[in-house]
Design a protein around this ligand. Sequence first.
Ligand SMILES: [Zn+2]
Length: 273
Amino acid sequence: MKSKLALVGAVLCALGATGAQAALTPFVQKVEARISSPAGFTWDVSYEAIFDGSSLVKHVEIDFLFRDVLGFTPAQKTAWKNDAEMAIESIWNDKYRIVDTVNGRSFALAVDVTQEGYPRPGLPNVFDQAVTVLPQPGDCASRPNALDCRDNMLNWFVDSSDTIKAHEFGHMIGLYDEYVGGAVDKLNNATLSDDGLMGLGALSDAPAFYARYFQSYVDFLNGVPLAEYQRLAGSGLQPGQFVLVAVPEPSTWAMLIVGSMMLGFGVHRARRA
Ligand SMILES: [Zn+2]
């Protein structure tokens, strides 16, 4: 009798676990949205949200178009595109993870840039975004704030920094600007930052990455009924089941590793002595 009850309990537990797993089966979902800033900017967001069981990725197909005036050879275009892709991915990835508070799993958050487009039978491949790569006007030193002297989501200067590219990519996955004069989220009390990637930190080599840049990943898994994520509402997930956790900086990891190595060394020496 006792063992039978225990068995029932075990079966119930297994069912519960299966239920939670079922809500997290791998999926690919196309996300498309039009973002409007009250500062007068509007742009289209388009990406695939891909969950493979271990990571949640925002996948963006970018068609890079080079102005003829650059005189780039095909090889130069390929090299520029590959550099941009690697720069964006290395800046964005390994900043935050999602922890599943119900069963202790955690998932990597990542972006994935590719340049081939989605294949369509018998038709040209289709892209999420088309970015024009162009030279910056020569007189921008004297008028740095002019609109045609600043990169925007669809026009990238050929010599712009990797951080600027990563900033413009942030708009492609739905983020607002965080500096005065940009495409901010609100006119009054806009979210501003001096060091964040989406704020003035885009002008530095090491911008801060705030959890809010990744909030939509968490909302996606939690089924928060934001307009573009309504499909997941009512999916049976528990409210707040998934939370963001920052990934330690490489320098922090290095210190941890060196620290544990020193500890190990100390123990070893102590044993020998
Ligand atoms: Zn911007």
